[in-house]
Design a protein around this ligand. Sequence first.
Ligand code: NZQ
Ligand code: ZN
Length: 386
Amino acid sequence: MLNFDFYNPTQILFGKGRIADINKSIPAEAKVLVLYGGGSIKQNGVYDEVIAALGSRSVTEFTGIEPNPSYETLIKAVEIIKQNKIDFLLAVGGGSVIDGTKFIAAAALFEGDDPWVIMEKRGNNVTKALPFGSVLTLPATGSEMNNGGVVTRKSINAKLAFSSRHCFPQFSVLDPTKTFTLPVRQIGNGAVDAFVHVMEQYLTYPVNSPVQDRFAEGLLLTLIEEGPKALANPEDYDVRANLMWCATMALNGMISTGVPQDWATHMIGHELTALHNIDHAQTLAIVLPSMLRVRKESKRAKLLQYAARVWGLHDGDEDGRIETAISRTQDYFEQMGVKTRLSDYQLDAKDIKPILAALETHRMVSLGEKRDVTLDISRQVLEMSL
Ligand code: NZQ
Ligand code: ZN
């Protein structure tokens, strides 16, 4: 096992009716900015519960944080914070709202002229951030219990990730009943995103880490078993609760302790979203199966372990087991309603060059756990995904 630091200060308030408890987690005198997206929280009652729980605190709202939150939108919130002397942020929504809030929290206290530098430096220059909490409505990204965020600057087609130890939520409310209203597309996206998060941290090479491996395999098996049930019975509380906790555990730092990490699929996926506005999870479903096929040799030991422990494949030759495991993965994404080919999103061979150029611009030229995913490997992956 590799050396590691593990730090995660986020308090989780899990279960039915827990929004009311934010009252105990936000200072009584706080001047709160409630941030949300396009309005789903007004239709499913989440907004009303949040406002009731905030009681007599001074509350300002910032609405319209879009999926794949943009710098252009987020920067407007920084101005509102300064004008209204806001001292606590509350993100209410999915990963986009929470990520956007993290950026705003850091940008509001940033001492340079242009907060976009935070993204250029991937968060290394963040020295403080406003305190914030979240009410999660879409289990997928793990943003509710990690310190990372992804922000798009539309004017230059850049979708970049940042992280900082100052950007953990102080608390996050996870009420599974609030996910009942998710559209089918977002249920599928959530399961696929969480699945690929686990794969990025698990499917690398062995370092003798049985605890992390078995946690990861448990999360994958849970997603495979519970995901389709959520599509079939959207209001099954237990299914939603298990999926919600699964997605959080998939990216809260626990399974990445002491193991190598890949993330090449995510980096290529971010370019696909920036250039073609494809949903985050859809980009992962396109890239991951080909990524595993192209890098089969360097991932062989873990692919065989994955085939055996997650898909129960013990017989036949090694290459056959590996290919079956990858096809089952791809079938699972399709079963969750997430298409797995570039052509499913109306992209073809001529679209590959601009994706590679964007990767180069963003210095994504030696990706993966061994830094050996060159632009040529990314090209092979994309060609295989056509
Ligand atoms: O905007 P509203 O009206 O709220 O609607 C949203 C949005 O249209 C809707 N929605 C959310 N909860 C709902 C609901 N609709 C009905 N009922 C509910 N309960 O769902 C749509 C998508 O929301 P979004 O927040 O964009 O989705 P997701 O949670 O998948 O977040 C995606 C973003 O997170 C980033 C992605 O790159 C992308 O920008 N990621 C963040 C990560 C992190 N912080 O660690 C890691 C991930 O790999 C990922 O990159
Ligand atoms: Zn993701």
